[in-house]
Design a protein around this ligand. Structure first.
Ligand SMILES: Nc1ncnc2c1ncn2[C@@H]1O[C@H](COP(=O)(O)OP(=O)(O)OP(=O)(O)O)[C@@H](O)[C@H]1O
Ligand SMILES: [Zn+2]
Length: 698
C-alpha cells in the first residue's frame, strides 16, 4: 500500500495545544470537504473538525490528553478513501533497523574522528522526533530516550548512543510490522463481498455487479437484501432495518421520497432507489472505515499501561537529575534516562493484542480490536442463539401431515412454500427447497405476503387467510385451535423436531416437522468454554419451549429462554447486563441482531447476516462453533501474557533503574539490559497464542 496521494501533501500550517490547522494541496485525489470533516471527526480524541475548502485547510480540535498530532495525521491516512497508510512501509522500517545496526557495528570499528558524525547521523531522526514530541506533548518517554542519546553523544559515548538508537529502531519496527500485518488482514476480511444487484436500465431490470452501479442509477431491492447504495426512494414500499447504521434495531417504513442508507437491510417489501452515493462513498463504506479506525482505539489494558508509563516519566527524569548530582557523573543520568519503563509498558500490550488478533485471523476468527479481545476474555456468561448457531441451520422437512384429506402431504409443502418463497429465514428456505423436490411443485396463487418477525407469514389463498408459523403465532395470535391434534404435536416434539403450523381459513390445516441437527461440536465447545472460566452458558430462541428444553438438556446448559422475539432477546441481555453479568452473545444476526449489539461482546457466525458481521465485535470466518472456544482460549492467553509482561516490565526495569541510579550500570550495559529485556518482553508478546492445540475437528 502507498500513502494517499493527497495525504502526502498534508502540512501543518499552525498549531496550538489541542488545535491544529492542516493544509492540503487541492488535487483530484483530495476527498471533498464533508467527507474529510467526517473522517477527521471519527478519529479517537478529535472533538471537532472544519474544512475550509477554498483555503484547502482542515482545522482540528482535539483532546491532547487522549491523542497527539502524530496520531491524528496517521489516523487520517488510515481513513483515506483509497485504503492508504501514512505509516512507513515494512521495508522502510527494516531499513532503519539495518541502518542503525550498521552504524552500531560500524562506529565501533571506524576510526575515532568518523564516529561522531556517523552516530549523529544515525541518531538525528530520533533526536528531531524527540524535540517535536517535546514541543507537542511536553516530557514523554520519547523525550527521555532522546535525552539519553544526546547525553551519550555529548559524552562521546558512541557505543551507548548507537546501541540505544538501534534498540529503539528495532522495537518500533517490530511493533509496526506486527500491527500492520494484523491490520491488513482485518481490512481485507472486512471489505463487503461484491454481489450482483438489480438496476433499472431502459425500463428493464438487469443484474450488474455491485461495483458497477453509478450515481443516478435506479437500484431495485427486495426483501431480505442489503441496500447497496445511499439514495432516495423513487417507488415502492418497504420495511427497512437500520440497525447496521444507527445501532438501534428499529424498522422504518420507507416510501417514495424517503432517504435510505447502504448497509441497512430490507426486511419486507420492494423499493426502487435513486442512487446518490455509491461504492466507497456510501455510508456502509464509511462504517467499514470506522471499524478499521476503531482498531487503533485503545483498550482498557492499553490505557492502564500507557497511564502508568506517563506517570513514571517525570519520576525517571527526577531520578536521573538526582543521581547525576549525587554521583557527579552524567553517565548515571544517561543510564537512568534509558531505563525508562515506557517502551515495554506502552508497546508490549498493543503488540500482544495485535498478535493475538493476527493469530485469531489465521485461526478463522476476526476480532475487531483489542477491546473485543479483552471483553471476550472477561465474559463470564456466554449466551447462544439456537438456530444456525448451536444447530446447523440446514433444516430438513421430515414430516408433512395434512389434517384435510383434500390436501396431500406434498400439497401441504407446496402451499406453505408458495407463501414462504419470498423469505430467507432458515425455515422458509427449507420449505421452499422441499417444495422444489416434489413431483408437481405446485404453486398456489396468493395475495401479498405479510411477514411477522419471529412469528411467521400470512397471506390469502382462494379468498381464505393462510398463516404459516410458530404454534404461538397460530394459536395465540390467530386464535386457531390445535388441541385436536395434541397427540401428533406431542409426538413430534418428543422426536426433537421444530414444527411449523399451517392455518387455513381459521382451522389447522397441517403441520410440517423439520429436523435441525445440533452441530456435532456444540457440546464440546460448551465444555471447553467452561474449562476456560465461563461461569454460565445460556440459550435464547424463537422456537417452542419443548424443543428448546430438550436441546438445553442435551448440551448441559445452565438455562434457556424460548419463544422470544428479537426484542425479547435484547431485553434479556439488558436485564442480565444490569445484574452485572459480562455477556458474550453468539448469534447469526437472523432475528438476534439487537441482542448481538447489546451484549458486552457480540460474536457473529460465519453464515450470519451482513448486519451481524457489521455489528459484531468478533466474526467467525469458518462455519464452525468450535471457533468460539478457540476465540476465548486466544483471548485468555493474550490477557495472561499481558499480565505477565506487565509484571516482568515493572520488575526488571525497577531493578535496572535502581542499579543505573546507583551508578552500577554503564549506559551501554543499561541499553543492552533495558532494551534487551524490552525486546524479550515484546517477543513474548508477539509469540503466537496458537489455539490450534486445543482445536477439535469442526
Ligand atoms: N418465515 C417464517 N415462516 C414460518 N415461520 C416462521 C418464519 N419466521 C419465523 N417463524 C416462526 O417463528 C419462530 C421464531 O422465529 P425466530 O427466527 O425468532 O426463531 P428461530 O427460527 O427458532 O431461531 P432462533 O433459535 O435463532 O431464535 C420460529 O421458530 C418459527 O416457528
Ligand atoms: Zn406473539
Amino acid at each position: 500500500m502507498t500513502a494517499a496521494p493527497w495525504l502526502r501533501t498534508l502540512e501543518v500550517a499552525h498549531r496550538l495545544p489541542g488545535r491544529v490547522r492542516l493544509r492540503y494541496r487541492r488535487n483530484a485525489h483530495a476527498p471533498d470537504a464533508a467527507v474529510l470533516e467526517g473522517m477527521a471527526r471519527l478519529i479517537d480524541g478529535v472533538t471537532s473538525a472544519r474544512v475550509n475548502a477554498r483555503a484547502a485547510s482542515l482545522v482540528i480540535d482535539f483532546d491532547a490528553q487522549r491523542t497527539t498530532l502524530m496520531a491524528i495525521v496517521t489516523a487520517l491516512g488510515d481513513l483515506g478513501w483509497d485504503a492508504v497508510k501514512a505509516r512507513p512501509r515494512d521495508d522502510e522500517g527494516a531499513g532503519a533497523v539495518a541502518a542503525a545496526l550498521a552504524v552500531l557495528v560500524g562506529a565501533s570499528v571506524a576510526p575515532m574522528p568518523a564516529r561522531l558524525p556517523l552516530s549523529l547521523a544515525a541518531a538525528l531522526p530520533m533526536l528531531r522526533a524527540g524535540v517535536d514530541d517535546y514541543r507537542e506533548n511536553g516530557v514523554t518517554s520519547h523525550v527521555l530516550e532522546s535525552m539519553a542519546v544526546a547525553i551519550s553523544l555529548a559524552r562521546s559515548d558512541f557505543l551507548a548512543a548507537n546501541a540505544t538508537t538501534f534498540m529503539l529502531a528495532l522495537g518500533e519496527y517490530m511493533e509496526q510490522s506486527i500491527a500492520r500485518r494484523s491490520d491488513d488482514l482485518l481490512k481485507h476480511l472486512l471489505r463487503p463481498s461484491s454481489d450482483l444487484i438489480w438496476v433499472l436500465r431502459d425500463g428493464e431490470e438487469v443484474q450488474i455487479p455491485a461495483g458497477e452501479v453509478a450515481v443516478g442509477d435506479t437500484v431495485v431491492v427486495g426483501a431480505g437484501a442489503v441496500i447497496p447504495v445511499d439514495g432516495t426512494v423513487m417507488s415502492g414500499e418497504g420495511v427497512v432495518n437500520e440497525a447496521a447504521m444507527t445501532g438501534e434495531s428499529v424498522s422504518a417504513i420507507k416510501t417514495r421520497g424517503a432517504k435510505v442508507l447502504s448497509g441497512t437491510t430490507m426486511e419486507d417489501g420492494r423499493l426502487a432507489i435513486y442512487a446518490e452515493q455509491v461504492g466507497r462513498h456510501t455510508a456502509a463504506a464509511r462504517i467499514a472505515d470506522y471499524v478499521e479506525q476503531s482498531l487503533t482505539a485503545k483498550s482498557e489494558a492499553q490505557l492502564d499501561a500507557a497511564r502508568l508509563a506517563d506517570r513514571l516519566v517525570p519520576t525517571v527524569l527526577k531520578l536521573a537529575g538526582v543521581s547525576a548530582v549525587l554521583t557527579g557523573d552524567w553517565r548515571a543520568a544517561a543510564s537512568v534516562l534509558q531505563a525508562d519503563y515506557s517502551c515495554a509498558l506502552k508497546l508490549a500490550t498493543p503488540v500482544a493484542f495485535k498478535s493475538a488478533m493476527f493469530n485469531a485471523g489465521q485461526a478463522g476468527i476476526l476480532v475487531k480490536g483489542a477491546t473485543a479481545l479483552e471483553r471476550l476474555a472477561h465474559a463470564d456468561t456466554f449466551i447462544f442463539d439456537k438456530t444456525g448457531t448451536l444447530t446447523t441451520g440446514h433444516l430438513e422437512i421430515t414430516d408433512s401431515i395434512a389434517f384435510d384429506s383434500t390436501y396431500s402431504a406434498e400439497d401441504l409443502i407446496c402451499l406453505a412454500a408458495s407463501v414462504e418463497e419470498h423469505y430467507f429465514h432458515p425455515l422458509a428456505l427449507a420449505v421452499v427447497k422441499a417444495a422444489r423436490a416434489t413431483d408437481q411443485h405446485r404453486h398456489f396463487d396468493h395475495t401479498e405476503v405479510q411477514f411477522i418477525v419471529a412469528h411467521g407469514v400470512a397471506s390469502e389463498v382462494k379468498g381464505q387467510r393462510i398463516v404459516v408459523g410458530s404454534r404461538h403465532f397460530v394459536e395465540d395470535h390467530e386464535g386457531i385451535d390445535v388441541s385436536a391434534h395434541a397427540d401428533v404435536v406431542e409426538r413430534l416434539y418428543l422426536e426433537g423436531k421444530t414444527l411449523l403450523f399451517i392455518g387455513f381459513g381459521g382451522r389447522l390445516l397441517g403441520i410440517l416437522a423439520l429436523k435441525d441437527s445440533l452441530r456435532v461440536d456444540a457440546a464440546a465447545t460448551i465444555a471447553r468454554l467452561r474449562r476456560a472460566g465461563v461461569k454460565r452458558v445460556l440459550m435464547l430462541t424463537g422456537d417452542h419451549r419443548d424443543r428448546a428444553a430438550e436441546l438445553a438438556d442435551q448440551l448441559g446448559l445452565d438455562g434457556f429462554h424460548a419463544e422470544l422475539t428479537p426484542e425479547d432477546k435484547a431485553g434479556i441481555i439488558a436485564g442480565l447486563n444490569a445484574k452485572g453479568a459480562k455477556i458474550a452473545f453468539v448469534g447469526d444476526g437472523v432475528n438476534d441482531a439487537p441482542a448481538l449489539a447489546g451484549a458486552h461482546v457480540g460474536v457473529a457466525m460465519q453464515k450470519g447476516a451482513d448486519i451481524a458481521r457489521l455489528t459484531a465485535d468478533v466474526v467467525l470466518l469458518e462455519d464452525s462453533i468450535a471457533r468460539v472456544a478457540d476465540a476465548r482460549a486466544l483471548a485468555n492467553s493474550a490477557m495472561a501474557r499481558i499480565a505477565t509482561n506487565y509484571k516482568l516490565t515493572v520488575g526488571l526495569n525497577t531493578a535496572i533503574l535502581g542499579l543505573a541510579a546507583l551508578g552500577v550500570l554503564s549506559p551501554v550495559a543499561t541499553a543492552v539490559l533495558h532494551n534487551g529485556t524490552t525486546i524479550g518482553i515484546l517477543l513474548n508478546a508477539f509469540r503466537g497464542s496458537a489455539p490450534k492445540a486445543d482445536r477439535r475437528p469442526g
